[in-house]
Ligand binder design. Sequence first.
Ligand SMILES: C[S@@+](CC[C@H](N)C(=O)[O-])C[C@H]1O[C@@H](n2cnc3c(N)ncnc32)[C@H](O)[C@@H]1O
Ligand code: SF4
Length: 391
Amino acid sequence: MKSLGLYAHFPFCPCRCPYCGFTVVTGKDDLHERYATALCNELEAIARLAPAEGLASVFFGGGTPTRLEPRLLERILTTVRASQGIAVGAEITVEANPGTTDAARYADLRQIGFNRISIGAQSFFDQGLRLLGRDHTAADALGAFRASRKAGFDNVNLDLIFSIPGATDEDWRRTLDVVVDLRPEHISTYALTLEEGTSFQRRARSGDLPVVCEDDDARQYIGGLERLTAAGYEHYEISNFALPGRRSRHNWAYWTGGEYLGVGVSAHRYVDGRRSWNTKDLPDYLAQVEAGSSPTEGGERLDPAAATSERVWLGLRTCEGVKLGRVEREGLAAKRRMTDLVRGGFVQLEGDRMKLTGKGIPVADAVSVEIVTVIEDLARDAQRGPDPPVP
Ligand SMILES: C[S@@+](CC[C@H](N)C(=O)[O-])C[C@H]1O[C@@H](n2cnc3c(N)ncnc32)[C@H](O)[C@@H]1O
Ligand code: SF4
């Protein structure tokens, strides 16, 4: 029986960070109770899909789940347990923003049953946090990490952002130094992206926000990679690092084609080869669930070519690469664009797996685009059949 994860989305945030493109709402704290009830109703309306032992992972993400009172988070987790079951030893993660969580709250989260916490520290220097428009200081982020440890969390992730406009390589190095000293089990390092519709994107377009060039971005990325791997972290996905045995099991399933349920506004799910997603509009979500209807807004079953491209795209991001069938292997090996990538030292074909090399990792997106194009060519060749003999 395949394993199954569950993602629950919490859109509430104290304020909207100027770079954030996630589905969030601010100043709607009066809706917390209603939202928790809607999540429970949605969970109860889904057929039980988890195997007998229960869900392998549960992830409460956002937004900021910790805006909700612990009693509401507990109610939702209890409903997850009752409706799908949670496997013994499952990974149960909650995301937290350092500005919204005090020591007592961390203790409550641990006591409710979360055994992993992901703290959005972003940076450990105040200037960087100000440039990002965050509502907390570096001391708050440090305090949040220490409070999580005191509360008994022995599986902690810290989210970090680099390529902050106006910040220097030295600022990034200082953040990495602090993080390595803290020794969380897991670290995510994201290059700041200018998301559609955000205030940062508007400012960058109007020339009001300096845009970090590709070279600076790559240098900071590699600086982070070298620092963290030297400190004993396994670089197991383009943006993710873990101490031995501490990869995020929930996210690993996303990258390797695992199945997951999704509840809450804007949540996505992937079950039985079909992907579907909920409405992104909070009033609409609440109205649908309260009326007893499904909040699902759309869905698609990927055709085999699209499914292959997605599998390759995501698999290449991981340290284990992507597993290829014999026909795929032979087809790729016969394509000039592919052999150029191998000869250029960007990818390696190792047994039945294709992986990015150290040289390919910093340019992963460009290399993946190239490989996916080759795979699409192969699919077209297969549809067209063999070329007619040359007269
Ligand atoms: C969905 S957010 C939730 C975390 C929490 N609300 C917080 O901000 O502390 C998860 C992570 O995505 C990353 N993130 C969000 N927007 C980003 C962007 N535009 N560029 C890079 N990373 C981003 C941040 O590191 C953030 O911690
Ligand atoms: S980055 Fe986090 S805290 Fe900021 S708006 Fe997005 S989800 Fe909310």
